[in-house]
Ligand binder design. Sequence first.
Ligand code: UN1
Length: 499
Amino acid sequence: MKTFKNFIAGQWVEPSTGEYFENRNPADTSDVIGQFPRSGREDVERAIASAKRGFELWRRTPAPQRGDVLRRAGDLLVARKEEIADLMTREMGKPLTETRGDVQEGIDTAYYAATEGRRLFGHTVPSELRAKWAMSYRRPIGVAGIITPFNFPLAIPTWKIFPALLCGNAVIFKPAEDVPHTGTVFVEILLEAGVPPEVVQLVHGFGETVGAAIVEHPEVPLISFTGSTATGSLVGETCGRMHKRLSLEMGGKNAQIVLDDADLELALEGVLWGAFGTTGQRCTATSRLILQTAVHDEFVRLLTDRVRALKLGDGRQAGTDVGPLINEAALEKVGCYMDIGRSEGADLVIGGQRARGGALDKGFFFDPTIFTGVAAGSRLEQEEIFGPVLSVIRVDTPDEAFRVNNDVKYGLSSSLYTRDVNLAFRALADLDTGITYINAPTIGAEAHLPFGGVKQTGNGHREGGWEVYDFYSETKVGYVDFSGTLQRAQIDTYLGTPD
Ligand code: UN1
């Protein structure tokens, strides 16, 4: 079996613990990708000590040069796109079309970051005093702790690591234990692109040990975490106590609303992709479908037919629409929600069980599932499942649809299908989410716009786009008084009439 290593202090090294965990293909658990370090606190300590040295070098490297390094990382991702997509599908299951998209998102993020190296704007404003210059500018912060999930094994690390590096920070990276191979290849690419060895550290392992050690370390002043709301709360408590800068990207319970006047065929395509793409394992996945009464029955009938035709299988095989869930625990969790749905009186229209038969027996496959008659406020309607499960809620009016959409603790994405321009703009104003799509599904955010949610989805920060650069840099203000006299702000201003 192939044995992989950590990258610490400029070298590929074995973990201090001497322990490893196996990484298997979720579509075929007999296919072992390799074993990866089950690292301990000591590895994290060494990585952080090294990253601090890397930071001293990197923060002095001009931002345009840092941008050039990231451009080369983008070029390498372009050259290795197919290979990375293939290993990513083998490692986490989503079809190749989707893993290619995942790599493309990384490429887009790299090229955006590269150009930001020549912007990274601050402000220059007039001073209230004569012969005085006033400006704000950005400084790097230090060692950034980056903790990422399994569902976008390349894209999400790039969302965090490229802007962190561009701003001049060093990085300690812990990829999800389900996708350590993609994380390893990504770090290889960063090094090949020219990121100096001590500027990036890769420590494999589990959240309770490696993740916790990073979050709790006093010399990691900023943490970016994408994962469950429960874990995010723990991370947030520690960061709050230690006064760390923290970006949280957590759960979702996103709805697609289809009103009576909608283009039903378009809405069907949308919900199929939104609910069952990535096997429902996106924080932006459509897990609720809110249907207005007049279209409800017909839409459910058409959708059920389309869901029946979805082909489950190995994402590396042509024709596969839906891959496996990530692991056994995910399978169990999704299974539990079948019992919850039934006990709450929802009607199971299709799916509802582990998919069996032939090659499917080798992996963690679950049948795409639809429940109708789901009550607003029920657990099925409120809780994030992170699987191929769609809950249908019937409403009478657009107002009721908006209310149901907003009445969950999460607020990442929402979608409205309508031909009514007034309702479309009302949705942009009133749907309580970080992203609203009109006549498009809840998934598919673009890399150059800010990404994030409201309520318990996040903590106010955004990834992607231009806003993420605020998170990874500290704004400092500089004043230069070249009058040669003491001028007192707020006191020597406008004494008498300004001339
Ligand atoms: C996530 O599921 O954590 O908009 C991110 C989308 C993707 C990103 C999803 N571009 O669905």
